[in-house]
Design a protein. Structure first.
Length: 234
């Protein structure tokens, strides 16, 4: 089974989450602060990370940013006691794949964990059919699902699992306008209730990554009142 690393300075919550995840069939590792958790990520390479935001030393936002800056694309779920859309957007801007506000249902968290792990399994080709295409080439864009690799103008771009799925949704439907709800269905694949504006955060983050390579990048187009599309003629 997949190994899940839980990082939280609340010892009681840490025990509860560890037991719940173990009962669900996952191997679990724990850390009581961000610095220790960061070390465990580098040593053991877990399949998924659940991290509290508010921790001394190295908080969840900083841990997330540091991992992404180092090119680590391990799926990350951030936990916070602050039910604030600004905080959620910030976490996603920094590279988190999901965000759960306390207090939360353990059942909901387990569903989010299962959803992200399924995406990782599909990315690695586990359980995929022989006819499932793992590579997409569209103009200057190349996507390789098995390697979670994105190339633009032959230059690699580091992305999270969620960002990759959004790019794949665009690339497999060039020119097609997709609403925020449709994009959320394609990149999450669960029944999570998330503010539509979070899609805008993902799009903004992807645009910024492409613009770091190509300041003329304009393929992800906003269609006012409808959603987004990948411009087929670019």
């Amino acid at each position: 089974m997949a190994t899940v690393l839980i990082i939280d300075d609340d010892a009681e919550l840490l025990d509860v989450l560890a037991m719940s995840l173990e009962d669900a069939g996952h191997d679990v590792e724990t850390a009581s602060d961000g610095i220790t958790g960061m070390g465990q990520v580098l040593r053991t390479e877990p399949a998924l990370i659940i991290s509290d935001v508010n921790m001394p030393g190295l908080d969840g936002f900083s841990l997330c940013k540091r991992l992404r800056d180092e090119g680590n694309s391990t799926p990350i779920i951030l936990l916070t006691s602050r039910d604030n859309e600004v905080d959620e957007a910030l976490g996603l801007e920094l590279g988190a794949d999901d965000y759960v506000a306390k207090p939360f249902s353990t059942r909901v968290l387990l569903a989010r964990v299962a959803s992200l792990l399924r995406r990782e399994a599909r990315r690695r080709g586990e359980g995929a059919s022989e006819t499932d295409e793992s590579r997409v080439e569209l103009g200057n864009l190349t996507l390789d699902r098995e390697r979670l690799e994105v190339l633009w103008l032959s230059t690699a771009i580091v992305v999270t699992v969620t960002e990759f799925r959004m790019l794949e949704a665009f690339a497999r439907r060039p020119g097609i306008v997709m609403s925020r709800d449709r994009l959320m269905d394609l990149i999450r694949g669960d029944d999570s209730v998330v503010a539509q504006r979070i899609i805008d955060t993902y799009v903004r983050r992807l645009r910024r990554k492409f613009e770091q390579i190509d300041n003329q990048f304009a393929c992800i187009e906003t269609v006012i009142g409808a959603g987004y599309r990948w411009k087929a003629d670019v």
